[in-house]
Design a binder for this molecule. Structure first.
Ligand code: ZN
Length: 242
């Protein structure tokens, strides 16, 4: 047993020698490459030569445009309290399909407590790569009251099933599982809905919950507390005159 053990040990040490030799050669090669690279980057030692910038000769890929013009009125300019951060046109979150009419506004909650408007916008954009599901909304309101437009007004978003074709959708972020909007988000929702109601001459009964379209518990707090939804509709009316 001892003999076999030592023979094994001997064979092992031969193998190790080869490994060490190969390792040493690789290290030497790596060191040589690093020296060459460092020389290449250093450039002339004048001290004030600007670092060469990477230049891209290829033209940037143009963002695909919707193939059809919008069929509903689209305001020329957005107010400065709406940030436009459009999704790329793709079949999973922004099909580029024109809305056929604009008859209502559908309110949603994101269903993912504590996430920001930007994160939800990026999630919709990521669906174009991920292909697991299709979802999006025209607007997202964040926890700080920020408003992102990610599917243009006049284009179909994937949010409200059968009503995608004739309504604009607003997703609202929320701090916790209850789905209750914080004051900043709530105030922005009032501002945005009233801005849209004014443009499209819509009464408050054109403002509906996702629940009213499909029966889904969305926006959760306003489904569980219908009286809070009624208060919201009253707040829309009140804010008209302010
Ligand atoms: Zn919804």
């Amino acid at each position: 047993m001892r003999y076999r053990g030592s023979a094994h040990k001997y064979g092992g040490s031969l193998r190790w020698n080869r490994v060490l030799l190969a390792g040493g050669l690789s290290l030497a090669l790596l060191a040589l490459m690093m020296v060459l690279l460092a020389r290449g980057q250093a450039g002339p030692a004048t001290g004030d030569t600007p670092t060469p910038q990477l230049t891209f000769t290829a033209e940037p890929t143009p963002m695909p445009q919707p193939t059809e013009p919008p069929r509903v009125y689209v305001p020329d300019e957005l107010p400065d309290w709406i940030e436009e951060d459009l999704l790329p046109i793709n079949e999973w979150s922004r099909p580029g399909t024109p809305m056929e009419a604009m008859t209502g506004i559908v309110v949603h909650y994101v269903g993912n407590p504590g996430t920001t408007a930007k994160q939800n916008r990026n999630y919709f954009a990521w669906l174009a790569e991920d292909h697991t599901t299709s979802a999006s909304s025209n607007f997202i309101i964040g926890l700080e009251g920020e408003i992102i437009l990610c599917v243009p007004i006049g284009e179909v978003a994937y949010c409200s099933k059968d009503r995608n074709i004739d309504t604009l959708s607003i997703e609202v972020c929320h701090p916790d599982e209850s789905g209750k909007f914080n004051q900043a988000s709530y105030d922005s929702l009032i501002k945005l809905v009233n801005w849209l109601r004014n443009i499209y001459d819509l009464d408050t009964d054109a403002v509906i919950r996702h629940y009213d379209v499909t029966g889904k518990e969305c926006p959760r707090y306003f489904v569980k507390h219908p009286e809070a939804w009624d208060t919201f509709l009253e707040d829309l009316k009140k804010a008209e005159t302010e």
